[in-house]
Design a protein around this ligand. Sequence first.
Ligand SMILES: Cc1ncc(COP(=O)(O)O)c(C=O)c1O
Length: 449
Amino acid sequence: MSEAQAAETVWEPSPNDLESFWMPFTPNRDFKQAPRLISRAKDMHYYAADGRAIMDGTAGLWCSNAGHCRGPIVEAIQRQAAELDFAPNFQFGHPKAFELASRLTTLAPGDLNYAFFCNSGSEAADTALKIALAYHNVTGAGSRTRLIGRERGYHGVGFGGISVGGIAPNRKFFGTALAGADHLRHTYDREHQAYSRGEPEWGAHLADDLERLVALHDASTIAAVIVEPMAGSTGVLAPPKGYLKRLREICDRHGILLVFDEVITAFGRLGHAFAAERYGVLPDIITFAKGVTGGTIPLGGVLVRDHIYQAFMNGPEHAIELFHGYTYTGHPVAAAAGVATLDLYRDEGLFERALALEEMWADAAHALRGEPHVADIRTIGLVAGIDLEPVEGKPGQRGYQAMKTAFHDHDTMIRITADTIALSPPLIIGEDKIGQLFDATRRVLRALD
Ligand SMILES: Cc1ncc(COP(=O)(O)O)c(C=O)c1O
């Protein structure tokens, strides 16, 4: 190769090249042999590259709560991109970020009156953990450095999130992550909770595991506990009745901050703006992402209560109070998408709709009991988890097969975590489409080896 050739910039890749994109959380080699390509979407449906309508049984990745390509959100994004594409929120500001913050804090329960923005659920989890640590620092409790998560928890893929997360493959390749993290035991016990509708009756006492960790580490070393009110990514685990209240009480007793990771549960998934409302439990910090823009533009954030924000509002007025933030914190286009999405949720009553459909949804899901390979079914809000018996010696294979078959042969997008199918459709779904979704799932189950 001559020097001139070596220096040449190549702009045009070969057409249809699937090789270069290293896909996330995907078996790349298998995907690239038989790709599941989506080319457009509208309302409840994706459209595959070959033109087939694919029912969206998962709201994308738990995010497209208002359905796809909704006019008012698309228009708000277009308008904002044309008017103000970017402005920094470090030392400057723009109206949409402030507007979205006040909309969210108005919607949030209690005195969760302050919003900090980032771009994803992972960043939201790390932001929440950093604020918790810094809060103790600025209030003179700097020995509180320990962060407690829960087995089977998912808080994204940042180093903070994987430290408190409790899904083994998300952790085991990445060293020790943050020192000093510990975990509550998870809340699932098939013997006591199989085929649960809503919150399982059994298991409130599992919150007492926090007392065990307090006894081990001493409360004076613990900054915060972070849990998903409903654990989604691990395969849909609703909190046992009374569990979250008990966790709140124990945190209060020991001066530990309670963080609800509501990246999945916020914005209607459990029939309320936030799961905190469903459970009547006020955490100190809520993380959110996904549904805040209906998945249209990346946006995440945390909501914090008055005492957290106010603890930082000390020192000289010219000095930065929190050394944290992202270039795209409160990005104008994302903020505009957020405001338009909240409008749509309100105008179409989508949170109430999810609540009204919950019983019917649960009936349809639990009707799959007894179908081939089904080992447990759990429903809550507009979410269903269906555990499949694993193929002996090959964990995850049956689930993977189910997802592929659903897409290629039954025109349906379902989500899997190992051998658990998780369904969580856009909240615009109606009774007929719920029927179609579970019919397709039934056919998938019957088609599996
Ligand atoms: C509870 C929870 N937290 C954090 C995340 C991470 O969000 P993201 O993928 O946007 O980083 C997720 C993603 O599913 C989640 O479910």
